[in-house]
Design a protein around this ligand. Sequence first.
Ligand SMILES: [Zn+2]
Ligand SMILES: [Zn+2]
Length: 440
Amino acid sequence: MKKTFFLAAFLLISISGIAQDKLKGQIESIIERIEDEHFETYKFLHSHPEVSLMEYETAKKMASHLEDLGFKVTRNFSGNSLVGVFENGNGPVIMLRTDMDALPIKEQTDLPYASSVIMKDASGKQVPAMHACGHDMHMTLWLGTLNTMVTLKNEWSGTIIAIAQQAEEVSGGAIKMIEDGLFRKFPVPDYALAYHVNPELPAGSIGYYPGPIFGGVSSVDIHVFGYGGHGAMPHTTIDPVVLASRIVLAIQTLVSREIEPIQPAVVTVGSIHGGSKHNIIPDRVDMQLTVRFFSDEVYNQIIDGLKRITRGIALSAGLTEEKFPEVIPLEGLTPPVANNPDLVNKGVVSMEKMLGSDLMYGVKPSTVGEDFGKYGRTPEKIPIALFWLGGVEKDKYLDHIENGTPLPGLHNAAFYPDFYPTFKGGVAAMARTMIDLFNE
Ligand SMILES: [Zn+2]
Ligand SMILES: [Zn+2]
């Protein structure tokens, strides 16, 4: 009896193993069939970049591709952003997000399809444009994954919400989609997934972190006041240049002495301006800071600390309340991308089936910002997961590892991903993750 049970269990496991392999083969042969056509789309997107809030043509292209795949598309849902819905029976709702915007950078690659675009940005200024953050790759991966999912629609059931988002680089795109009713007007996702291309990992590999993978970003203005006067008579003034200098040094202790050492945080003064002439002590100095953090607690601790330290320095110089420095966190804070650990772990299992364990890299969190985190911070509490997808050509990667040859990072004029392996690995891993989540 026992023996029969084990035999039956063994057979069942083997059969499901064969079914798994069948799905792997199916996904791989679809990718082989579609990769050239998607490379054409990629080259078009790469050579026709549009900077944040100006993604008009890009959005049209995304919408028409989605319609060709059978999605019901809402164009201009939120500015240039669009939403595609593909209903395929009962089951979970999974959101797949791409961003669409390029950067005001003059491309310096030697690609035959390099961008030479000069365009008006949202403020009307003429700027060069380049997909230096890989959002052209994100869009192509997104289309490739959706194409694969539609082709394999008999292997899963549920609903796909495909969103193409404007203005990631200026961090307004995600919040605008949410405020405009993304989760009210369309089915609420059970999971939300996204990629970001990685400039240090080999093409087609995955970098994962089961927690906050990208830091939160906040821009903070500090206005330091004083009493101005003649540069030769400093004793008759309260010099805000000296106060600002003391502030710059004093706030270095926020991260080094106040934040718990195992909590990553950054406080950088990126700009400091005051005064007009050699011999005039000014009334005011303005500072601009960037703050990076991985939890709300640390963020609040930094902002409270900035207020306390700046007030303390003003007080010690003899200033009174009305001349205390102003610490102003600017609107449009980008929260950390707080990956849901369970969802990441499920994704890793699925992705590994397609790529093998050698191409799966557990990575450290990064202090760069990404507005994808906003989709996970609404009252619906949607589990989100953003994965890095390696984009570095194999030889360049090996040269980097063996000889330390630097690799161009994101936002660098020389950055571009190695299309074919990045596309193959990225589509295979994401399509498999989605199918496995639908079939849970
Ligand atoms: Zn970027
Ligand atoms: Zn980006």
